[in-house]
Design a protein around this ligand. Structure first.
Ligand code: ADP
Ligand code: MG
Length: 392
């Protein structure tokens, strides 16, 4: 799960990670009031969307930049007017862009240095890693590609935690000089936040040193481990489903493991491994999967119906492949779920079903007796071939 920058600021405040004072606003009037409340002349207006690259982004109304420095509450209001209700396109949003529903008004600072700082879970070594670079404020992927030597990594022992010598080493490598103490404190606070909140990634691009020698986190991108969210109701409450794929939001509500993709063949599968294999075999026969969907080992008829509806709600989908191996799952339950869903939604596109395992004979008989236009397949290759042919 991701959160907005203004929500990240709440966590920064709680964990004493220094960041400029700011307030969120959903209307131009609120933006004006927030600026007045801040009571300073130098302000910044920042579009709040779950995507980076806002500063260099462009709105579909032609307005340039999702991050604007302004000098008065009136200008803050005017910039907010240009942003709110408009679609911002950045390098990370894709061509569709993102609708800006909120902006953050914050104090602006005078920057002398911009640094890159991230903490993430490294899957290869199974431990947190702190990633830093002197090339802050830039597109970090580009830095990694062109000047990889400028990206430094410090691995943290998960039980020992971040050690003082590691902080000193990072500060030395970044040439922090007299700002080392402040930067070090920020590092310790951020590491504590990362662990305590079960983050999988925290990225601050940039951390800045100001001309009057303060160190601040200016930007914030958070990623939380969904499986640990139950421990953090206050963070779960920050979820903004407007920023998420509506198909994935609906799937989560029914406890389905769904990930939307760009292809046109929808898959409904039980078991993550089989779901991966199903996507592979669709590709192998020249098709393109529209999603990953694992209905789990013991899906109910209601879940299968919900899954079916989510699949059909995707306008790109031109065919469906159901691939079920009945282990714990009873093939007949799937069959009944599919029929119920198809009757409720109609079946406007080809459907290929491959069933195998527990109660498969009854499952197949139920499907055959339904009178629905369902193509039955004998094995995975057969199923993939049939659905790829059907959508072409
Ligand atoms: P994004 O990464 O989405 O473009 P940032 O929050 O990093 O958004 O903002 C883009 C740039 O705007 C930053 O790299 C920084 O130079 C500048 N900026 C952002 N916030 C402030 C601020 N409070 N004061 C001064 N400059 C800022
Ligand atoms: Mg940034």
């Amino acid at each position: 799960m991701n959160i907005h920058e203004y929500q990240a600021k709440e966590l920064f405040d709680r964990f004493q990670v220094p960041s400029p004072k700011g307030k969120v606003a959903a209307t131009a009037k609120e933006a004006y009031d927030a600026a007045k409340w801040l009571g300073v002349k130098h302000l910044v207006v920042k579009a709040q969307v779950h995507a980076g690259g806002r500063g260099k982004g462009t709105f579909k109304n032609g307005f340039k930049g999702g991050v604007h420095l302004v000098e008065s509450a009136e200008s803050a209001r005017d910039v907010a007017t240009q942003m709110l209700g408009e679609v911002l396109v950045t390098k990370q949003t894709g061509d569709d862009g993102r609708l800006v529903r909120k902006v953050m008004i914050a104090e602006s600072v005078t920057i002398s240095r911009e640094l890159y700082l991230a903490i993430l879970m490294d899957r290869e070594t199974s431990q947190p890693v702190i990633v830093v670079s002197t090339e802050g404020g830039m597109d970090i992927e580009e830095v990694a590609e062109k000047t990889p030597e400028k990206i430094l990594r410090e691995y943290i022992h998960p039980l020992a935690g971040l050690q003082a010598y590691q902080v000193r080493k990072i500060c030395h490598n970044l040439d922090m000089g007299t700002n080392a103490r402040q930067f070090g404190r920020l590092l310790h606070s951020l590491y504590k936040l990362f662990i305590d909140c079960d983050c999988s990634m925290v990225e601050i691009n940039p951390v800045v040193v100001t001309t009057d020698d303060h160190v601040y986190a200016l930007d914030a991108k958070f990623n939380f481990d969904d499986n640990a969210l139950y421990r953090h109701p206050e963070i779960s409450a920050m979820r903004d489903t407007d920023e998420e794929d509506p198909r994935e939001v609906a799937a989560a509500a029914h406890d389905l493991n769904y990930i939307g993709l760009d292809g046109n063949i929808a898959c409904l599968v039980n078991g993550a491994g089989l779901a991966m294999a199903t996507m592979d075999i669709i590709k192998h026969f020249g098709g393109d999967p529209a999603n990953f969907l694992d209905v789990g080992g013991g899906a109910s008829k209601e879940q299968v119906t919900a899954a079916f509806k989510i699949i059909l709600g995707d306008p790109n989908v031109k065919g469906i492949l159901i691939n079920i191996f009945g282990g714990i799952m009873d093939c007949n339950i799937i069959a009944e779920g599919v029929i119920a869903a198809a009757k409720e939604t109609g079946l406007p596109i080809p459907l290929v079903v491959r069933l195998e395992g527990n109660n498969v004979e009854l499952g197949k008989a139920t499907l055959a007796a339904s009178g629905l236009n369902i193509v039955s397949a004998d094995d995975m290759s057969d199923a993939a071939r049939k659905i790829v042919a059907a959508v072409q």
